[in-house]
Write a protein that binds this ligand. Structure first.
Ligand code: SAH
Ligand code: SF4
Ligand code: F3S
Length: 467
């Protein structure tokens, strides 16, 4: 708990999607004025925040085993006369609320993804409760809970972003989801769709560039449904926002994720051909290639719409790398339906992809459907799909061999003297290089393509030009 005058440390562990990565950084920004610096390990922290994900059963169960470890740490700490504050944030916090403190009474704070700007008040309240407990007065009830979807947006209460890691920054522009796919918890954990005003987004982008960003990734659960209010009262689409962002000096790379096929409009497709800073990579989840299953998932589009989008996108930007998400074993999925998914994958050719076994989520319509698919069938389908997607990813990576491409170096590699960076197509590149190149875009010649990465050689002299 808080001791005046002493520097405190917070350890934040992030699960789930990039929106949680963004939120974790912003929680650190909110806690900094209270004197909290970041700790690399829970052992060095006064406060531990688990920023959780609820998307699949495996993701949310992991949280409870981690909480067990944190409880042990807290017990040890108390035996030694100290303390540890434990907070659960993110989508499990939103979905399970009080249930978390019931299952793990060592938890002090439960805070949802739309309420974490109130962390300072929640910490103060948790501290007050701990003091009452210590004094041996009545038991104040377990934990402090805030899982409201407040009328005011958290974005209006967050401080300016401080640090940018290695030239690349996330910027949340849209939150929540109104689509209600029948397998998905996000509309319940993140709430209704909301777009940040365009001027706010552009102001944050400028701050990020000042803090060292050369690449900005716009984030939202449904980022291409963005419709932000502009100062003149008009509404900006994602396409319009990207054009404005490209006008900010210093923004060399723009990406956005995650998109829904239904919201991929003509203007946004055109932007892929027009704006050089918009990177030739698009993550466009399709989930299934079977119309019957797409309808049961409530995806609000069929197979043909997706294939047509792919054609139009590739006409606008011929070198576009496509990525997607797939779910196998959704209730009612037959062998023929799964074949439709395999055929769609063969037809499109993906540069990368994520694929999952359907996970039955409490409270979603899919959980109550007949025709749940046996685990063994799901596993067999997942291996077949992953083998195909793996071959496609390798072929895509191999196709870059011999090319010289711009790479944004982000971190040191595992071997001494090695750096890891990203190509415009979001492939990881390993190359020998000096740490001072981290955060910069440098030309590299690709010497080999592997299953998950590329081996490259930095083109000597290109970084002087880039400086
Ligand atoms: N908003 C994005 C997806 C967010 S969740 C979209 O509309 O595509 C990320 C991915 O997790 C989804 O694309 C889906 O493939 C997977 N996913 C979501 N719920 C799931 C579930 N119940 N079981 C298995 N995978 C799931
Ligand atoms: Fe979930 Fe569907 Fe919304 Fe994506 S569009 S977040 S899959 S409900
Ligand atoms: Fe997980 Fe919540 Fe993201 S459920 S995927 S952390 S929006």
């Amino acid at each position: 708990m808080r001791t005046e005058g002493k520097r405190k440390h917070v350890f934040i562990r992030t699960y789930g999607c990039q929106m949680n990565v963004y939120d974790s950084d912003r929680m650190a920004d909110v806690l900094r004025p209270l004197g909290y610096a970041l700790a690399a390990e829970p052992e060095q922290a006064d406060l531990v925040v688990l920023n959780t994900c609820h998307i699949r059963e495996h993701a949310s169960e992991k949280v409870y085993s981690e909480l067990g470890r944190m409880r042990d740490l807290k017990t040890e700490r108390r035996a030694a006369g100290g303390d540890l504050t434990i907070a659960v944030a993110g989508c499990v916090a939103q979905a399970e609320g009080e249930e978390i403190s019931r299952r793990q009474p060592a938890v002090d704070i439960v805070v949802g993804p739309q309420a974490y700007h109130r962390l300072p008040q929640l910490l103060a309240e948790a501290e007050r409760k701990a003091a009452i407990l210590k004094a041996g007065k009545r038991r104040p009830g377990a934990g402090v809970l805030d899982t409201e979807f407040p009328a005011e947006s958290k974005f209006d209460h967050l401080p300016a972003p401080l640090g940018v890691r290695a030239g690349s920054a996330f910027l949340s522009i849209q939150e929540g989801c109104d689509k209600f796919c029948t397998f998905c918890v996000v509309p319940y954990t993140r709430g209704a769709e909301y777009s940040r005003p365009a001027a706010r987004v552009l102001a944050e982008a400028r701050q990020l560039v000042e803090a060292g960003a050369v690449e900005i990734t716009l984030l939202g659960q449904n980022v291409n449904a963005y419709h932000g209010e502009a100062d003149d009262g008009s509404t900006w689409s994602l396409a319009r926002l990207i054009r404005a962002l490209a006008g900010i000096e210093g923004v060399a790379r723009i990406r956005y994720t995650t998109s829904h096929p239904r919201d991929m409009d003509d203007d946004l497709i055109a932007v892929h051909g027009e704006v050089p800073q918009l990177m030739p990579y698009l993550h466009l989840p399709v989930q299934s290639g079977a119309d019957r299953i797409l309808a049961a998932m409530n995806r609000q589009h069929g197979r043909d719409l997706f294939l047509d989008l792919v054609d139009r996108l590739r006409r606008a930007r011929p070198d576009l790398a496509l990525s997607s998400d797939f779910i196998v074993g959704f209730p009612g999925e037959s062998d023929a339906d799964f074949d439709d998914t395999m055929r769609l994958v063969e037809q499109v050719g993906f540069a990368s992809a994520f694929s999952f076994k359907y996970s039955r989520r409490p409270g979603t319509p899919g959980a109550a459907l007949d025709g749940q698919v046996p685990e063994a069938v799901k596993s067999a389908r997942l291996s077949a799909l992953q083998a195909l997607l793996g071959r496609q990813a390798r072929a895509f990576n191999e196709s870059k061999t011999g090319q010289t491409v711009p790479v944004l170096f982000a971190e040191p590699g595992r071997k001494p003297g090695q750096l890891i960076g990203k190509t415009p197509w979001l492939q990881s590149v390993y190359a020998e290089g000096k740490p001072r190149l981290i955060g910069r875009i440098v030309e590299a010649r690709i010497v080999e393509g592997h299953a998950n990465s590329l081996a490259g050689e930095i083109v000597t002299g290109s970084y002087e030009a880039a400086a």
